[in-house]
Design a protein around this ligand. Structure first.
Ligand code: FMN
Length: 348
């Protein structure tokens, strides 16, 4: 076998659930759901092809847990029981080929538009995210409701047969909006930047029980220690990780986009290595690991316990099997990502 470093199992969580290998498909919003956010056969086929191609673990796309958390048209949802059967089909497609499957529970918060929601978007505070409509601060009751919505989304994911769930705490969506000191200007108990992520994590952990792995995706791409108003420092990262770990997180999905090989906080130390300093939990790292060589290099360097791939698995659904057999992998072509919104799957 080629690249054996990618093909050992990885145990996650209290029950040591074994991810079959170190290749994880990152969550990808492809806007192929129905207008209401229900799963279509296209989406089931999309997941099936990646599972059949040897991907050990699939994180389903950002899935809105409440109608007021929608971020895009035709994106997937899990906001009531009518969504559960569609997810069951996705889970089954993955299981048919030995892959694990979980949802990425999502609330867009301010990253939305009135035309999609039928009302003003909600956020931690009054805030306008670039490219979106002005959002207003959630009331305390709305914050409590959002926590319950995440928990309900987790419960439905388990009903659908998911092997784990992930919280989407990255990329400036609702969980991240509460964590950001330059967005969260509340004066109530949710002013503490970790309070909402912690409450959601606790509620989801309660909903799924102690043994189902809970992943948390976070990002701090905008981190610039020299800039004012940027919330993340080594100390605040430590507090964030320790708080969420105590609340029930089993593994970090560290979203680095193109920055998985750059130093953070004014040092040469990469973000996953900072995480390693503060947490013993496995690190699943996403961000520009497009070839088996780049993924092996990252893992062997001790920067991650598993590689999360998005664009590589758009380009070639058989990425993992080809990595194992040493066959050439189809690289991403310029139109691959834009073609997805037209329903073209370039990787099969
Ligand atoms: C088409 C597309 C859709 C994406 N949708 C999501 C999403 O729903 N949730 C999320 O956390 N990240 C999303 N991402 C980010 C990926 O999960 C991943 O972190 C990023 O693309 C970096 O990995 P890569 O270099 O392997 O592409 C998306 C990326 C792409 C290309």
């Amino acid at each position: 076998m080629h690249h054996p470093e990618l093909f050992s199992p990885l145990a996650i969580g209290r029950a040591e659930v074994a991810l079959p290998n170190r290749i994880i498909m990152g969550p990808m919003t492809l806007n192929q759901a129905t207008e209401s956010g229900h799963i279509t056969p296209w989406i089931v086929d999309w997941y099936r092809a990646r599972a059949a191609g040897g991907t050990g673990t699939i994180i389903g796309a950002a899935v809105f847990v409440a109608q007021n958390g929608r971020g895009w048209g035709n994106a997937v949802g899990i906001a009531d029981d009518s969504y559960t059967d569609g997810w069951r089909e996705c889970v089954q497609a993955a299981h048919d080929h030995g892959a694990l499957f979980g949802t990425q529970l999502f609330h867009g918060g301010a990253a939305s538009k009135e035309s999609l929601l039928g009302h003003q978007p909600l956020s931690a505070s009054d805030w306008t995210r670039d490219g979106f409509d002005p959002a207003r601060a959630m009331t305390e009751a709305e914050v409590e409701q959002a926590i319950e919505d995440f928990a309900e989304g987790a419960r439905r994911s388990i009903m659908a047969g998911c092997d784990f769930v992930e919280l989407h705490g990255a990329h400036g969506y609702l969980l991240h909006q509460f964590w950001r000191g330059d967005v969260n200007h509340r004066t109530d108990k949710w002013r503490k930047l970790t309070a909402f992520p912690e409450a959601v994590t606790r509620a989801v952990r309660e909903a799924i029980g102690p043994d189902v792995p809970l992943l948390y995706r976070f990002s701090i791409h905008a981190d610039d220690p020299a800039a004012e108003n940027q919330p993340v420092t080594p100390d605040s990262l430590r507090e964030f990780l320790e708080t969420l770990e105590a609340a029930g997180v089993d593994a970090w999905d560290i979203s680095c986009w193109k920055e998985s090989r750059r130093g953070y906080f004014g040092t040469d130390k990469w973000l996953p290595d900072w995480v390693d300093q503060f947490s013993d939990k496995p690190r699943l790292v996403a961000g520009n690991l497009p070839t088996p060589e780049s993924a092996v290099d990252y893992l062997s360097g001790g920067h991650a316990e598993a590689a999360v791939l998005a664009r590589g698995l758009i380009a070639d659904a058989n990425w993992a099997n080809k990595a194992a057999s040493g066959q050439p992998i189809r690289p991403l072509a310029p139109d691959d990502v834009s073609g997805l919104s037209k329903g073209i799957d370039p990787g099969v």
